[in-house]
Design a protein around this ligand. Structure first.
Ligand code: BEZ
Length: 385
């Protein structure tokens, strides 16, 4: 009897004879490529691809095939955009996103379809809190983490009162809540929380209110294009020299060239800093600059790079077979990631347990001052894993 091989069967036979059973892993980027967070999305994709390129273009012997969707940082389009990658493109792994509200929709779609998701930025506390699940991981932070670190620093510096100001969505609320928790535990008092809708940048009325309250310090969460406008307006309102501005490091990461003098001297807390001067970080920065000479090697690039490292750890454990989901996820959860930020592990909830740095803006860098809190783990409140 004459045997006829289908194209798929033939590809499988060829792959086996070449020593690899699975030819490609399909990676779907759901990131903002437009709007106030566009540069953040670009840096994440760059970082991810840089790591893959350093491995010779493959992860665990698999070619990586990329798919992408611009989520516009728009939560209402989240389910539809996620399903483009899950149902239309049938990706094996989701990488996304930046905005916490969009990430909530993406995590739900990942859970519903049992797809592995690595979040390379969005810090929504709930995703590694009450909504934690075995298929979802972060290579970044929880919104609580940088805020909590800065609350301790503010109290250490002797500030007694603070006003917080942020966009009115999960990231702003949770970042300022983290600050309030440690600041008040150390005896400080948050006297007012000011907000405006995302991504508005009409800061003037709120800055007038800060000037009339005269707190010892201001703590803020803004990022991307909005962060640039905020530091410029804060300085123009004459507040920079009278009321210290403290922030989650997103305020000054990847934005310093545009912020110019308005950001000089600002203190922020984050899980990455310039000037770490470790062999691992120096090598990453050199290669990033070689490949993307116009862009700073910022925290977003690091988070993209580490998302690829996490996926690599998972794929290696299953010899590239993405269908072995449980074993792959187990390996990701137990991985030690040799990050440019410093080595980190993941909590049971899938969030990095990592050092939080205090940084100071000097020229075009966020210079490390010290480790503000060592190996800070998000409390993962409500996670039942
Ligand atoms: C967030 O929405 O979680 C987020 C966005 C930009 C920077 C940091 C956090």
């Amino acid at each position: 009897m004459k045997k006829v091989l289908t194209r798929t069967a033939l590809a499988t036979v060829l792959a086996f004879s070449a020593g690899t059973a699975f030819a490609t892993v399909k990676v779907g980027f759901m990131l903002p490529y437009s709007g106030t967070y566009a540069k953040l999305g670009e840096a994440i994709e760059n970082g991810f691809k840089l790591y893959v390129q350093e491995q010779g273009g493959k992860l665990a012997g698999q070619e990586v095939q990329y798919f992408k969707v611009d989520d516009e940082s728009n939560p209402s389009k989240g389910p539809e955009n996620a399903n483009r990658l899950i149902k239309r493109d049938q990706v094996d792994i989701l990488i996304g996103t930046v905005h916490s509200g969009v990430a909530m929709a993406l995590a739900k779609a990942a859970n519903d379809s049992d797809t592995t998701l690595i979040i390379p930025n969005a810090g929504a506390d709930a995703i590694t809190g009450p909504l934690c699940s075995k298929n979802v991981f972060r290579s970044s932070f929880s919104n609580w983490q940088p805020g909590y670190a800065m609350g301790s620093v503010a109290a250490e510096q002797g500030h007694k009162t603070a006003v917080t100001i942020s966009w009115n969505y999960a990231a702003g609320k949770e970042s300022t809540d983290g600050f309030k928790e440690s600041f008040e535990k150390a005896g400080g008092k948050v006297v007012k929380h000011l907000t405006l809708p995302f991504p508005n940048v009409e800061f003037q009325p709120l800055l007038t209110e800060i000037a009339s309250i005269k707190p010892d310090a201001v703590y803020t969460f803004f990022a991307g294009g909005g962060a640039v406008k905020f530091t410029q307006d804060y300085a123009a309102a004459g507040l920079k020299d009278s009321i210290p501005l403290l922030a989650a490091g997103f305020l000054t990461d990847g934005t310093l060239e545009a912020q110019g003098a308005s950001a000089q001297g600002l203190l922020t807390t984050l899980h990455y800093a310039d000037g770490l001067d470790t062999p691992r970080d120096n090598a990453f920065r050199e290669n990033y600059k070689k490949n993307f000479p116009q862009l700073p090697p910022d925290v977003y690039a690091v988070q993209g790079y580490d998302a690829a490292q996490m996926l690599d750890a998972g794929l290696k454990a299953v010899n590239g077979d993405v269908s072995k989901k449980d074993a792959m996820r187990e390996a990701i959860r137990n991985a030690r990631i040799d990050s440019p930020r410093g080595e980190f592990t993941l909590s049971k909830a899938g969030n990095p347990v990592q050092d939080m740095y205090l940084r100071k803006v000097e020229g075009d860098v966020n210079k490390v001052v010290k480790v503000a809190v060592e190996k800070l783990a998000d409390p993962a409140r409500g996670c039942k894993l």
